[in-house]
Ligand binder design. Structure first.
Ligand code: ZN
Ligand code: ZN
Length: 396
């Protein structure tokens, strides 16, 4: 098979400048108007059939292979986070309080360049390639479910799907993935504790919601240690606690908000029940009441076994690329919605480089990548598209 490596290497400056351009003008979920129009005009320029404004700001580019066959979907997300960038770099975010701290600028740039390369070589494709630029991965409900509702997996029907995510947990020139369960279900909950407020000197006449909140927070940690099998992984984290306005008054209410991460259906069902039971009974014990809200987030991400092997095979064919077996991540990803419906796989693309001082985690205001990773990402996308149609879907 023709090796497109040299052609990909020639796009180094282009992919870096695309990534930096997107990095400078980050936009949060469903507001990616500038990013989305950059994507559509790029795809049109390279000769793809383009569908715009799907699920608000989503863009889909379609490349028909020479042979009529199946369709592979390659997905990139394109939204940024409400974080102020702390890096002092020439391509620092120009949008105050918004930053590409999750690498989605790189995901978009890589997939655009892969579209450019593949559009020149449509004659080598044994099927069609759908390039999906998804809005709002960070904001629940994310863009994936909306794109599916808008029919992204149909016309032509998608037979395989793949996606990648930059990560500084792994070095540049590596990918990391695993078969089966890869990422967690990510839920969100809140507890509003209602007491009786008044002067801090007369607590016996009041019901103190801060004391109740403190007890609930401590007790919730027993869900993982005492109610979950030691062989299971569950996370219960409180990220917000708000109450009170001055030192000498007991407030009326206290508010707790947190996240739950689970890897299987049983825990996903029992943990919310446990939180409510513990919170309710502690509140009652202290004469307070609660209002409990629980929102189920993205489902766990599962990699198809055969498709994971396929990714490893593709990576093996790429010069000096290391393949690492990734640990399960308790993070969430809405790529999981596509993978529930279509065989495929998701993988980490290593982007850290200790020598260059690039090692900050995703969502850090100091997040940055070794841009050499972008070339590896293009090479993975291109080779996935070139090789996937040799696979027999019925054998999965
Ligand atoms: Zn993120
Ligand atoms: Zn992300």
């Amino acid at each position: 098979m023709l090796d497109l490596r040299n052609e990909i290497l020639e796009l180094k400056d282009e992919v870096i400048s695309l990534r930096r351009e997107i990095h400078m003008y980050p936009e949060v979920g469903f507001e990616e108007h500038r990013t989305s129009s950059l994507i559509s005009s790029y795809l049109k320029n390279v000769g793809l059939e383009v569908e715009e404004s799907i699920a608000e700001t989503g863009v889909v580019g379609l490349l028909f292979g020479k042979e009529k066959g199946k369709t592979v979907m390659l997905r990139a997300d394109m939204d940024a986070l409400p974080i102020s960038e702390a890096n002092e770099v020439p391509y620092k975010s120009r949008n105050a309080g918004v930053m590409h701290a999750c690498g989605h600028d790189g995901h978009t740039a890589m997939l655009l360049c892969a579209a450019k390369i593949l559009s020149r070589h449509a004659d080598l494709l044994g099927g069609n390639v759908k390039f999906v630029f998804q809005p709002s991965e960070e904001r629940d409900p994310g863009g994936a479910i909306k794109l599916i509702e808008a029919g992204v997996l149909e016309n032509p029907k998608v037979n395989f799907t793949f996606g990648l995510h930059l990560s500084n947990l792994f070095p540049v020139s590596s990918i990391a993935l695993r078969k089966g369960i890869f990422m967690a279900q990510a839920d969100r909950f809140s507890i509003l504790i209602k007491g009786i407020g008044g002067h801090g000197a007369y607590p016996h006449l009041l019901v103190d919601p801060i004391l109740v909140a403190s007890n609930i927070i401590m007790a919730l940690q027993s869900i993982v240690s005492r109610e979950t099998s030691p062989s299971e992984s569950v996370v219960v984290s409180i990220g917000e606690l708000h109450s009170g306005s001055t030192f000498n008054a007991i407030p009326e209410t206290a508010y707790i908000e947190g996240t739950v991460r689970t890897l299987n259906k049983l825990s996903a069902r029992t943990v919310p029940e446990s939180i409510e039971r513990i919170a309710n009974n502690i509140a009652t014990a202290y004469r307070a009441t609660i209002e409990f809200e629980y929102n189920t987030g993205y489902p766990p991400l599962l990699n198809n076994e055969k498709m994971t092997e396929f990714i490893m095979e593709v990576a093996t064919g790429i010069h000096s690329l290391r393949i690492i077996e990734a640990p399960i991540s308790m993070g969430g990803e809405d790529m999981s919605y596509y993978l529930e419906k279509v065989p495929g796989a998701f993988f980490w693309l290593g982007s850290s480089n200790k020598e260059k001082g690039i090692d900050k985690p995703l969502h850090s205001p100091y997040f940055d990548i070794d841009e050499d990773a972008l070339l590896t990402g293009i090479e993975m996308h291109v080779n996935i598209a070139l090789k996937i149609f040799g696979f027999d879907e019925d054998s999965f």
